[in-house]
Design a binder for this molecule. Sequence first.
Ligand SMILES: CC(C)=CCC/C(C)=C/CC/C(C)=C/CC/C(C)=C/[C@@H]1[C@@H](COP(=O)(O)OP(=O)(O)O)[C@]1(C)CC/C=C(\C)CC/C=C(\C)CCC=C(C)C
Length: 408
Amino acid sequence: DGAARDGFQCSRLLPKKKQQRPRWVLCSLKYGCLGVGEPGEAGGRSAASPVYSSLTVSPGGDAAVAVVSSEQKVYDVVVKQAALLKRQLRPSQQQQQAPPAVARELDAPRGGLGEAYARCGEICEEYAKTFYLGTLLMTEERRRAIWAIYVWCRRTDELVDGPNASHITPQALDRWERRLEDLFAGRPYDMLDAALSDTITKFPIDIQPFKDMIDGMRTDLKKARYKNFDELYMYCYYVAGTVGLMSVPVMGIAPDSKATAESVYGAALALGLANQLTNILRDVGEDARRGRIYLPQDELAEAGLSDEDIFKGVVTDKWRKFMKRQIKRARMFFEEAERGVTELRKESRWPVWASLLLYRQILDEIEANDYNNFTKRAYVGKAKKVLALPVAYGRSLLLPYSLRNNQT
Ligand SMILES: CC(C)=CCC/C(C)=C/CC/C(C)=C/CC/C(C)=C/[C@@H]1[C@@H](COP(=O)(O)OP(=O)(O)O)[C@]1(C)CC/C=C(\C)CC/C=C(\C)CCC=C(C)C
């Protein structure tokens, strides 16, 4: 298999020796086109002017059209995912009459699927301790499924970000995609794939977000600049919004929730976007040292900044102002996500709250570092991390937002 030849085994991850239209669409349109100012500010929100009418007065007419199509593309995926969840069906092309041969073998009492999932759990624990801790609250089936998804995402990310990244070609990603299709058809290539192959027989998970993540990695191979927020939005959807969409069918919507599936998926998408935007803001210096700038070029230019300024990495007032705007936008996506978290099943909320609170604190740390994300890595200390866990737990006990004050 070409995947193995290309180093897809991701040796760091394989068995260790030891080691109406929903609100969210309008909302992100608003982030994209209108800037993130307060009502009344230039480029800010105006309670009196709906987003669509604002689109028509947006200075870059073309950009506005582009934003609509980007959002539309993502929105279509969200609607499809939501419909699948509502029907609690697997997509027909994924339905299998009998468990796949490899899965049957793996289901053997010793070794088998149990071991495959356990390996996924170990990897999740090693790379994402907080997520892992949070997943321990979930039912066993859900927890194992999240681990399997995590591992597939991590391996995909490693292709372009890991030690063998410089050898990865578009053809290699094509082979990784064929392998994905195989595992969705019940023909997993290795034990980690087998765990995911089993997971998709248990939850109404669609292949689209997985394919989209691979597409995002393709973009990452050839693109080192993002013209505007629309392009960056699309990239963030591919690499992180997709994770939210993959996770919802496993986490499940609370049985008593009155929210629409679309709105919950919208929130999951928003959390992925918020996390990725935060990740980008934290890693500006590190990315620049690799020749990459994941910041909207038009907004940099508006702030009087150039690529050279990013490479020089000097914190100036212009930079602070630019960063404030970016941080504000990321926080708006977190806010958008918050209400959706309350609509998840009770036992799934804690890890999501934990990840939301912890990741959002990175933004506070960037501010505390006086916006020096060139040479200082914003880091949430252990004490703050530990403190976030009971706070997250407390929030996970709250009533779904849709049940409060008859909100839907
Ligand atoms: C419990 C929980 C949060 C489950 C999700 C677990 C999961 C499947 C994670 C996969 C993460 C992953 C490896 C993605 C690959 C692409 C990538 C690297 C994205 C970046 C993540 C952080 O990466 P990294 O490990 O490099 O970060 P550090 O350097 O260690 O800080 C991302 C920033 C994206 C992560 C995106 C999510 C976790 C999506 C969150 C959304 C949900 C779980 C949906 C929740 C549902 C509602 C309704 C809000």
